[in-house]
Design a protein around this ligand. Structure first.
Ligand SMILES: [Zn+2]
Length: 474
């Protein structure tokens, strides 16, 4: 049986975080009423001229160092000619043979070891608009608000050898882009989209197989599913003696399969030529250095530092740094709180559960670090017990109030006499369980459970266990 290997390259389109569009001053705010953010330039009316958004160029340059890319000394824009109903100019301003960045790489984790994925190039371009097809209407709508939004397209070399590696690459890349704050990387809003180029070949063969492209994937999971499906589809075609035809596919989420959108297309089909309304431009060393000096700490470096500084595992660090806001929150707390492991347990436990249950992202987490530390300190000083802390956590999240406003009623009962009285009540209420304790030490847990119920979670468990021991032993 022939064994096949997969070869993939990814093109990631990331929306740059500018307040205005790539070549005009229209706003890029998401969710505004349709066609309210357009002007004669982005509509491509005759007699208008584009002007390059300097901020977009600076954001693209921020990526250079993080992706180990070379910056082009001279760069320019080109026209990519194609017709789309949501692209009123009839062409897209993109970059063809002199992209702003080239020849980079990033490292991705794989089960064996870290692997280098080369970045062939990254170029700037403008986005198209959006077609809206409503079921039951015999026509479609067009919203041109997104036309002209600045994008950076990051193109990897065909170094990716499995759908899982593609997933890792995207995760790593997204973390870097988020740390650089060059994009919000919001996939639901289309700020990060991915095209997959995929071919297969019999193991050992040197020449590449014919590739197909799967376009416009807006979730990392879809990338993994679509790539797995497409690799298997190609394999079946080859095994049946067929030939892979070059083509562009879409992922059909409902049917869980790739579907052919259009057949063969090559770069020369687009008739690229230098954009006559924009000259080529130099990127000064001064600007590059200025941007380089302002770069934040990148995720991999941050992970290493945090592992050493807080003595936490690589796996836990991966959880923290995957989203910059999570790592930022963690470190903000640790400025005034001295137990990283305890804090980590809360972040992985209560905080994560709370966010999942309320379908929230970390940015929307309602308890600010300084309030959260107050809660952990009450626990640290044993003013409240763990159960009470969890209840107070819920109330803080719900009301926005501080821990001390709830802790009064939840303060731990440590008074021996008071505890002894409750313990006696418990034994009286469930004498059989108390009796069992004499022969089965595990039965004590049931007694403690009863005690917590009666004391509304406030009893000091350690003292109560001792008192139970004394009472039952008597
Ligand atoms: Zn405009």
């Amino acid at each position: 049986m022939t064994e096949f290997e997969i070869i993939m390259g990814l093109e990631v389109h990331v929306q740059l975080l500018t307040s205005t569009k790539m070549f005009c001053s229209c706003s890029t705010t998401f969710g505004s009423p349709p066609n309210s953010q357009v002007c004669s330039i982005c509509l491509g009316l005759p007699g208008t001229l584009p002007v390059v958004n300097k901020k977009a160029v600076e954001l693209a340059l921020k990526v250079a160092h993080a992706l180990n890319c070379q910056v082009a000394e001279v760069t320019k824009f080109d026209r990519k000619n194609y017709f789309y109903p949501d692209l009123p100019k009839g062409y897209q301003i993109s970059q063809f043979d002199q992209p702003i960045l080239h020849s980079g790489h990033i490292m991705i984790p794989t089960p064996k070891e870290d692997k280098k994925i080369r970045i062939t190039r990254a170029h700037m371009e403008e986005d198209a608009g959006k077609m809206i097809h409503q079921e039951g209407t015999p026509y479609s709508f067009i919203d041109l608000n997104r036309v002209g939004t600045p994008l950076l397209e990051i193109v990897s070399a065909p170094d990716i050898e499995s759908p899982d590696e593609a997933y890792s690459y995207l995760k790593e890349l997204k973390a870097i882009l988020e740390y650089l704050e060059i994009s919000d990387c919001n996939m639901q809003e289309g700020s990060l989209r991915c095209d997959v180029n995929l071919s297969i070949r019999p193991k050992g063969q040197k020449t590449m197989g014919t590739r197909t492209e799967i376009k416009n994937l807006n979730s990392f999971n879809f990338v993994r599913l679509a790539a797995s499906y497409e690799a298997e589809r190609q394999k079946q075609v080859v095994l049946r003696g067929g030939k892979i035809e070059q083509g562009t596919y879409l992922w059909d989420e409902n049917e869980q399969k790739t579907k052919l959108m259009r057949s063969k297309e090559d770069a020369h089909d687009y008739r690229y030529f230098p954009e006559p309304d924009l000259g080529s431009f130099l990127i000064s060393k001064d600007l590059q250095e200025k941007i380089h000096s302002q770069l934040p700490e990148l995720p991999r470096i941050r992970s290493k530092r945090m592992q050493e500084e807080y003595k936490i595992s690589e796996k836990d660090c991966a959880f923290l740094i995957e989203q910059k806001v999570v790592a930022d929150y963690f470190e903000a707390c640790l400025k005034k709180f001295s137990e990283p492991q305890e804090l980590l347990n809360w972040m992985k436990g209560q905080v994560r559960t709370y966010l999942n249950e309320h379908d929230l992202a970390m940015v929307d987490f309602p308890i600010p670090p300084k309030n959260f530390i107050e809660l952990l300190e009450l626990l640290q000083k044993k003013t409240i017990n763990r159960n009470a802390a969890k209840e107070i956590f819920e109330q803080m999240a719900k009301t926005g109030k501080r821990a001390k406003e709830f802790s009064q009623q939840k303060q731990k009962i440590t008074d021996e006499n008071e505890l002894r009285q409750i313990c006696q009540e418990v034994i009286k209420a469930v004498p059989q369980i108390a009796e069992d304790c004499r022969t089965n030490p595990k039965a004590m847990n049931a007694l403690v459970g009863q005690l917590m119920k009666r004391s509304k979670g406030r009893a000091d468990v350690d003292i109560a266990r001792r008192i139970f021991g004394e009472l039952i032993g008597e």
